[in-house]
Design a binder for this molecule. Structure first.
Ligand code: GUN
Length: 281
């Protein structure tokens, strides 16, 4: 089948997590910190909370105003670090510009860093140690490729976008020994971006620009993974011009129903893994 069904794959993972939580009669907890009035972040957090409820994870929802100080945020993180019922802490990004994101993330207890953004977890990943927490969207993409039986070994993978949340950790995962992809990361300053994209056996779009990837940028038979979630005229569209690219790709993820659900399933699985580690299960 040409369409890679991320929703179906995510549902399977969620069922596995739900069954394990029930088997251990456990009640893991996940805390969300949401700053300011960001409709996109609001939507993501709502989805994550609904998914938590579904698998038996308790959610702790903390909303702070746009003008919150860094000190107040750090105090909140410290409170959640101390709270034994909380196994995971998420500070939804982006944060207002007066807040130093790096400083906040570093303040999260590394054992509760279910987003995998803590410098220690990022460093471990770069060193080839995957025993720490790994960022949810990149890990979700790896799982989706694995479960769809798409091998990356020796393939030319081009990632469009160099963010800390997706592009950078995904490049690290794909080039890791054992996965063995040949990875190129392109971004807004790349020359001949379309040409580089056209070399890809697997093209991954994570730039946050609606329909940025056109059929001109895709090789016949390539696998196309669309990480974009853009709202255009009230409709969700990816970073890929799906109607055009679908015709030449061998496999493609849709938006919605592709990478998005995998991010959430991975987050809940990370939270469950964190619970198990914290309780020596
Ligand atoms: N903003 C966009 N994606 C993410 C994510 O996976 N985690 C957090 N904390 N913020 C995000």
């Amino acid at each position: 089948m040409k369409i890679i069904d991320g929703k179906a794959c995510a549902d399977l993972i969620l069922e596995e997590v739900k069954a394990e939580i029930a088997r251990f009669n456990a009640r893991p907890g996940l805390a969300f910190i949401l700053v300011g009035d960001q409709p996109a972040s609001e939507t993501y957090v709502k989805r994550k909370i609904a998914a938590c409820e579904n698998v038996g994870i308790a959610s702790f929802d903390c909303r702070l105003s746009e003008g919150v100080s860094e000190a107040e945020l750090l105090a909140k993180i410290d409170e959640f670090n101390q709270e034994s019922d909380i196994d995971g802490i998420i500070v939804q990004q982006p944060l207002p510009s007066h807040i130093c994101t790096t400083k906040l993330i570093a303040a999260i207890d590394v054992l509760k860093d279910v987003d995998g953004f803590h410098p220690l977890n990022v460093g471990r990943l770069l060193l080839g140690d995957e025993s720490g927490m790994i960022s949810c969207t990149p890990l979700g993409i790896i799982k989706l490729l694995e479960r769809s039986k798409i091998s990356v070994s020796g393939k030319e993978v081009v990632i469009v976008g160099r963010s800390n949340i997706v592009g950078k950790p995904l490049a690290a995962l794909l080039m890791q020994k054992g996965r063995d992809a040949t990875v190129t990361v392109v971004h807004s300053k790349t020359k001949n971006l379309a040409e580089v994209c056209k070399r890809a056996d697997i093209l991954i779009a994570a730039i946050g620009k609606p329909k940025f990837i056109t059929d001109q940028m895709v090789k016949e038979g390539a696998v196309v993974i669309d990480v974009g979630i853009n709202r255009v005229d009230g409709k969700l569209v990816g970073d890929v011009d799906f109607e055009k690219v679908e015709k030449i790709a061998s496999k493609i993820t849709p938006v919605p129903g592709g990478v998005g659900p995998m991010t959430i399933a991975t987050l809940l699985n990370n939270t469950w893994q964190s619970y198990k580690r914290r309780h020596s299960l």
